[in-house]
Design a protein around this ligand. Structure first.
Ligand SMILES: Nc1ncnc2c1ncn2[C@@H]1O[C@H](COP(=O)(O)OP(=O)(O)OP(=O)(O)O)[C@@H](O)[C@H]1O
Ligand SMILES: [Mg+2]
Length: 395
């Protein structure tokens, strides 16, 4: 290297040291001023009419069972009106017989939201699906395996500030002894402000997991997450896993563990091209998968000739594997990531009520359709179990 170019070189070590220092100083500030961690984040409360709608009953029935002392006295807002949170709604459901129950003989479903490409809406899909299912009264475990920690973040947690290394799945994925790994994984489960929605958070240390998994031998390399979920899922109806935009061993662990693979896909040419590669790679590990369902979800859909053409192309290529409903690109959703509030957590629309309802309806339609797919899988499992009871215990 010539002396001229050597002189022109920046002091890289110094540059990154300075940047790291500034970053840490900023984190310290955030710690003081950041949005409260989720232990302090709460959901909006609902009035009696909305609670009745969620519980699939009438407000008169709720009043009647409250008066009969079968439910605790309801909370009241500043106007002395009855208000209900999700836990209260689930108590009403239990009383009126509408509390969700999986068919006998079915087992928990693992939904993995994955795509090789970045920014396709994997996290948005995973978080909203988990919350939608919790709203329906299901018991949900949401697992963040992405070192970026976007899912973790959307619950009001700053990955590297509110979440320590031991509070992620990393130690359990790396630990050689499965029994010990299970203990570590159980410790990483945390309750959230969503009733019956638990979270395994993530932070930057998950980056090292891919490398560590490479060192493992045999089945543990790609089956460790599946083995952990086999045990952890017992207390849940659905486990939703958000994965990083990569095809390292961490993502492969998640895909291999999936009952239902959900591939969020943006309708544009580069994403379609990347999907062809993705499915081709998945075909090479197909022997290790045991999928009961797989669907592509068109995300960030905007009306317009280019998007329409790309969406039609996705449907032409992948046919029945594409969900009928699309997730619209909405300002509410892009704002919700920024404000750390999902569509289901917003109590006041960001813009017009019409825009908000359009975003909410699109999200509900997508999640309704996915829930139907999950129920179909449960029905099949239940049928199989009734025909050959011995099969039930095998996950
Ligand atoms: N339907 C939508 N409408 C508007 N904005 C959206 C929509 N879906 C996702 N976004 C925004 O796009 C960004 C990327 O979305 P998201 O984080 O869900 O993608 P991802 O696939 O998980 O990304 P990564 O590959 O980095 O994990 C976020 O800022 C999110 O708010
Ligand atoms: Mg993501």
């Amino acid at each position: 290297m010539s002396s001229v170019s050597a002189q022109n070189m920046i002091n890289t070590a110094q540059l990154f040291e300075q940047m790291t220092e500034s970053g840490y100083a900023f984190s310290e500030q955030l710690l003081q001023t950041a949005a409260a961690p989720f232990s302090e984040k709460t959901l909006p409360l609902w009035g009696i009419e909305h609670a009745a709608k969620l519980a699939r009953t009438s407000s008169a029935t709720i009043r009647r069972i409250e008066a009969a002392g079968k439910l605790p006295p309801p909370a009241r807002n500043e106007l002395n009106r009855r208000v209900y949170d999700l836990e209260a709604v689930n108590r009403i459901r239990a009383q009126v017989g509408t509390l969700f129950q999986r068919p006998i003989g079915s087992r928990p479903i693992r939904v993995i939201s994955a795509n090789l490409k970045g920014g396709t809406g994997k996290t948005t899909t995973a978080v909203h699906l988990a919350q939608y299912l919790a709203l329906r009264g299901l018991r949900v475990l949401l697992v963040d395996t992405d070192p970026q920690g976007s899912t973790t973040n959307s619950f009001g947690l700053l990955p590297d500030i509110h979440v320590s290394e031991t509070e992620t799945l990393a130690p359990a994925l790396i630990e050689s002894n499965l029994e010990h790994a299970l203990e570590l994984a159980r410790k990483a489960i945390r309750k959230t402000y969503w009733h019956q929605l638990d979270l395994i958070a993530s932070q930057l240390n998950m980056v090292s997991v891919d490398g560590e998994l490479t060192l493992k031998s045999g089945a543990d390399k790609i089956h460790r997450l599946r083995d952990l979920l086999d045990e952890l899922e017992a207390n849940y109806d659905v486990v939703v896993v958000d994965v990083p935009p990569a095809l390292g061993l961490l993502s492969i662990n998640a895909i291999v563990a999936a009952d239902y693979l959900l591939v969020p896909m943006v309708p544009n040419m580069p994403d379609i091209a990347s999907s062809i590669q993705y499915f081709s790679i998945l075909s090479t590990i197909a022997d290790h998968m045991s999928l009961a369902g797989m669907n592509i979800l068109i995300t960030r859909y905007e009306t317009g000739p280019h998007t329409d053409a790309a969406a039609s192309l996705i449907k032409a290529i992948y046919g029945v594997n594409v969900l009928n409903n699309v997730m619209l690109s909405t300002r509410e959703l892009s704002k919700s990531a920024h404000d750390l509030r999902s569509i289901y957590e917003i109590d006041k629309p960001h813009g017009s009520r019409e825009t908000y309802l359009r975003a909410l309806n699109s999200m509900n339609a997508v999640n309704d359709e996915i829930f139907c797919k999950i129920q179909q899988i449960w029905d099949q499992q239940a049928l199989l179990a009734s025909e050959s009871p011995a099969e039930v215990n095998h996950g």
